[in-house]
Write a protein that binds this ligand. Structure first.
Ligand SMILES: Nc1ncnc2c1ncn2[C@@H]1O[C@H](COP(=O)(O)OP(=O)(O)O)[C@@H](O)[C@H]1O
Ligand SMILES: [Mg+2]
Length: 379
């Protein structure tokens, strides 16, 4: 039989929510493993007895919350905040710890990592927005497609009828090019608003990348790009829609090329991270791990003030851009329950990292003897 005190201690340490209790003087009375995990601290018995702001670090958001404990302020209940350093969103409640006679001897902060819930809600909001926007955009795009095609055809016919009039020919070529560009935008709008229904199958990410790169290279004007691919060996297959992935990689490659027209390099690296090694151990282990594909270029990079808007539909800094390339990328990544992040390096160059989940059964079959996955590095 365990003692009552040991039992209560076990309760606190087994909770999946973070618990951080302090004495009236600000020293830590209890901090459980979940709290350490969420806050990125080592689970160390040495935390007990130390001042909370010393353990959490100066200017920590939770230090501000804990300092409210013994003031007259109303204590936060079911509040939320974002941790600056890790970007995690946590939901928390701060309660006073009262003795039977009513004196307050300490305070306890209960908290939970809401990052995952926050992400799902954000996706939900995005889906709702797209559904409304999509119906209208699809209707308009559909109506515009036919007249655009007619303009192209008729301008082409007229061009043939005026072989000896270079001025008229030039104008007609301009009309055709403009109509083509408008058509490209319409096609992208339709692609963007169409709800994704994934045709999921086991997919080798290396094979899909090779196809996407080959298709990209074969398009006029892309031959000059130097594309360096570096794939880790023994990558597990994804459960994914290969056509959607090709589209995703194509959009990233196109942007990398457009960032450095007429020259430049694109580096593609692929690696696998098992969930145990993931930097975010609080994430539920729905998957065995993640394959991360990084597409980097040595263009001018991305201005810090626009980085938050990149994935918004219709955000573009290009004179004839549609602003849908990255919105489509995000839609595809979300549909695969993946993640995308973007880095812009100080010395120029942008890098997009796409993280796609690998289900448990794929990795289980691999470790059971199949080591046929390709790898290596090629230019
Ligand atoms: N590799 C990159 N380097 C620099 N800027 C980029 C890169 N990729 C995307 N961007 C920025 O993000 C914007 C949105 O991209 P996207 O959604 O593909 O639309 P579009 O390419 O039509 O402008 C671009 O206009 C550009 O400003
Ligand atoms: Mg683009």
């Amino acid at each position: 039989m365990v003692s009552r005190e040991a039992f209560y201690r076990n309760v606190v340490h087994s909770l999946r929510n973070g618990v951080l209790a302090i004495w009236h003087d600000g020293s830590i009375a209890e901090i459980n493993d979940a709290a350490c995990r969420i806050l990125g601290l080592h689970a160390d018995p040495g935390h007990i007895g130390r001042a909370f702001d010393e353990v959490l670090g100066k200017n920590h958001e939770l230090s501000d919350v804990l300092s409210l404990a013994f003031t007259d302020a109303e204590l936060p209940n079911r509040a939320e905040l974002r941790l600056r350093t890790s970007g995690k969103v946590i939901g928390y409640t701060l309660s006073p710890i009262a003795e039977p006679d009513g004196t307050v001897s300490g305070a306890v902060l209960l908290f939970k990592d809401l990052t995952r819930i926050e992400q799902l809600e954000e996706r939900e909001r995005l889906r709702d927005r797209l559904a409304a926007l999509g119906e209208m955009a699809a209707a308009i795009a559909h109506e515009v497609k036919n007249p655009l095609a007619s303009i192209q055809v008729m301008a082409g016919l007229l061009k043939r009828q005026l072989p000896h009039s270079p001025d008229a020919n030039e104008l007609l070529s301009d009309i055709i090019n403009e109509a083509k560009m408008a058509n490209r935008i319409v096609v992208q709008v339709l692609e963007f608003v169409r709800p994704i229904s994934l045709q999921v199958e086991p997919v080798s990410v290396t094979a899909v990348l090779d196809e996407a790169v080959a298709a990209f290279r074969s398009r006029p004007g892309n031959g000059h790009m130097t594309i360096v691919t570096n794939c880790a060996a023994d990558l597990p297959d994804l459960h994914a829609d290969p056509l959607q992935l090709r589209q995703l990689f194509n959009n990233l490659l196109t942007n990398a090329m457009e960032a450095q027209p007429g020259k430049g390099h694109i580096w593609i690296t692929v690696h696998y991270t098992a969930v145990e090694e993931s930097p975010e151990p609080t994430e539920p282990p729905d998957y065995a791990g993640y394959v991360t594909v990084e597409v980097a270029d040595d263009g001018p990079g991305i201005r810090a003030d626009v980085i938050d808007q990149l994935f918004n539909p219709f955000f573009t800094t290009k004179p004839s851009g549609s602003g849908l390339g990255l919105a489509i990328v995000r839609k595809i990544v979300n549909a695969h329950d993946g993640r995308i992040d973007v880095k812009s390096r100080a010395g120029g160059g942008a890098s997009f990292g796409v993280r796609l989940p690998v289900p448990h059964q794929v990795v289980d079959t691999m470790t059971a003897g199949d080591d046929s996955a390709g790898g290596g590095s090629h230019v």
